[in-house]
Design a binder for this molecule. Structure first.
Ligand code: NDP
Length: 328
């Protein structure tokens, strides 16, 4: 057994501390597959874990990082053999199970998804958990029966990770996309991803009315709180909204009015414990439907040593699109 490079969060009397360290392979947690991690990403949750701003980390020491692309090194699981290219999102990595900001990870075989043949590991992590969550949201809207002919689609937190992928996916599918952003300077970027209209964040930050003028048939919300309440109040009769984030807060100051007077639906999106079949469907669709040029336009790449400075940036809503963390 050897050792490898990892970001390690320790908890001491003065609080938690995250640093690059050498980690002993013998200290990896239980699992039947060991993976050489080549790429991970920076998600909002990774920002919370690295800064300790919310109690995301449930065991110490912890290796943060909630997703990875990598190559199987050893496997006792019937589905995987050495050399297989794999992707993992969630399942408690970086929270309860040692995560992906490391050259090695040991995980359960059933947590892994094959890397789609048309994606490089870098592209898979440019998508990452944020992009896979955006696709889970699109799938929920489709399952509701919604298609571009139903009317426009709104995306909140549009210049962030989930939002950028959601805008690109919906636009490529033919939706008229309204991108809600607090960053005026990202309007051109969002138009480049396919947004038809840009809405200033302030418009959806006002105290929500139970019902307001109907503006869209579908929504993907990465923000929560007052923003989501306003999105619901402006959703057309029979429409649906996928709630996947809480960048503005956990609360939801809404009423039953949009549900009982307009028959709309609110779908909750969870990427962490999503069942394997749904994950495979989402990754297959991402490989097929996401424009590689749009993906490249939303992606920044950093090294493992840069995650510490990037963490507060993503929590402050200052990161554009997606950040890949190159590891091996
Ligand atoms: P990002 O930080 O990349 O994106 C969030 C975006 O939300 C920001 O870029 C900003 O967009 C907007 N925003 C930030 N703060 C506020 C605010 N106070 N009010 C209104 N808008 C705000 O994070 P991710 O895309 O990685 O994640 C987005 C959310 O989705 C997070 O809450 C995350 O926890 C959640 N998430 C949930 C998952 C699930 O399984 N349900 C999986 C992955 C993520 P802009 O500047 O354009 O306004």
């Amino acid at each position: 057994m050897g050792s490898f490079r990892a970001v390690v969060i320790e908890k001491g009397e003065g609080g938690q501390r995250a640093a690059l360290a050498t980690f002993d392979e013998a200290d990896l947690m239980e699992g039947d597959v060991t993976v050489r991690v080549t790429h991970s990403t920076l998600n909002y949750k990774d920002g919370l874990a690295l800064t300790g701003q919310a109690p995301v980390v449930r065991r110490f020491p912890m290796i943060p990082g909630i997703d990875f692309a990598g190559i199987v090194e050893t496997s006792d699981h019937p589905d995987w053999k050495p050399g297989d290219a794999v992707v993992l999102n969630g399942w408690g990595l970086g929270e309860t199970h040692l995560g992906s900001y490391a050259e090695k990870a040991r995980v359960k075989g059933e947590w892994l998804v094959p890397l789609p043949a048309s994606l490089t590991p870098h592209q898979a992590m440019a998508i990452g958990t944020a992009g896979y969550t955006a696709m889970l949201s699109v799938l929920a809207l489709e399952r509701h029966g919604l298609a571009p002919g139903a009317g426009p689609a709104v995306v909140t937190g549009a210049a962030g990770g989930v939002g950028s992928v959601a805008v690109a996916l919906l636009a490529r599918a033919g939706w008229h996309v309204l991108a809600v952003t607090g960053r005026e300077q990202e309007a051109e970027y969002l138009r480049g991803l396919g947004a038809a209209e840009i809405l200033p964040r302030d418009e959806l930050a006002r105290p929500p009315k139970p019902l307001a003028k109907e503006r869209w048939a579908a929504g993907i919300d990465a923000v929560g709180s007052t923003t989501l309440a306003n999105v619901l109040s402006m959703t057309r009769y029979g429409g649906a909204v996928a709630a996947c984030g809480l960048a503005a807060g956990m609360d939801l100051p809404t009423s039953v009015a949009p549900f009982i007077l307009r028959g709309i639906a609110l779908y909750g999106i969870d990427s962490v414990m999503a069942p394997p079949a749904l994950r495979r469907e989402a990754w297959t669709r991402l490989a097929r439907d996401l424009d590689p040029a749009a993906l490249a336009a939303m992606t920044t790449t950093i090294g493992l040593d840069r995650v510490f400075e990037a963490a507060p940036e993503i929590l402050a809503g200052r990161v554009r699109g997606r950040t890949v963390v190159e590891i091996g």
